[in-house]
Design a protein around this ligand. Structure first.
Ligand SMILES: Cc1cc2nc3c(=O)[nH]c(=O)nc-3n(C[C@H](O)[C@H](O)[C@H](O)COP(=O)(O)OP(=O)(O)OC[C@H]3O[C@@H](n4cnc5c(N)ncnc54)[C@H](O)[C@@H]3O)c2cc1C
Length: 151
């Protein structure tokens, strides 16, 4: 694979047959997440929080480049409105989102950032932004938890 990688490099011998006995018995896996955008960073965090050994690969020189420009540089993190109302706003096939939204809803997202040192505020239309108004603080928060979890 080309490009710069955040975190550790791909290690040799990460294939299924190379897992150590410890890995096999604990159920913990070596996981590679490709792409350090919003989705990849959260996926890497979630897997590492479950105790897996995660490597996150990003071809850009920085994580979360797109997140940086979101919400005109402020990052509209989520919407603090009622979950049922959220589904009313989804034009087609809201059922597709049920398991992901009910599994990790907007309040879980807000708790995640606030508990990891990024205070949030709710504005008009229940839009949620970092108190600082800087999307870079959202990225920094994600980077911090990834480093803490040895991603
Ligand atoms: C102008 C603008 C404003 C927006 N504002 C908001 C907002 O306020 N709130 C909001 O929730 N959403 C907003 N969005 C949408 C939001 O940015 C995207 O939904 C989100 O960034 C998507 O994240 P992602 O991780 O799926 O994809 P991406 O952010 O595109 O991340 C994919 C990552 O994978 C990397 N990658 C791809 N291929 C490889 C490879 N082969 N090897 C290594 N790395 C690879 C890319 O470099 C990239 O970093 C906005 C979007 C735009 C364009």
């Amino acid at each position: 694979m080309n490009g710069n990688y955040f975190g550790t490099q791909i290690q040799e011998g990460t294939g299924r047959n190379d897992r150590s006995k410890d890995d096999m018995s604990s159920g913990k896996k070596k996981i590679i997440v490709v792409g350090g955008g919003a989705a990849g960073m959260m996926a890497a965090y979630a897997a590492s929080a479950d105790g897996h050994q995660v490597t996150l690969l990003e071809r850009n020189e920085k994580l979360g480049k797109k997140v940086y420009i979101t919400g005109k540089g402020r990052c509209n993190v989520t919407n603090a409105g009622d979950t049922t109302e959220f589904f009313d706003s989804v034009i087609s096939n809201p059922k597709f989102l049920y398991s992901s939204i009910y599994g990790y809803d907007a309040y879980a997202v807000m708790d995640f950032f606030e508990q990891n040192g990024c205070p949030l505020k709710v504005e008009r239309g229940n839009r949620v932004f970092p108190v600082s108004d800087h999307s870079s603080d959202i990225i920094r928060c994600l980077e911090k938890v990834l480093i803490k979890n040895h991603v």
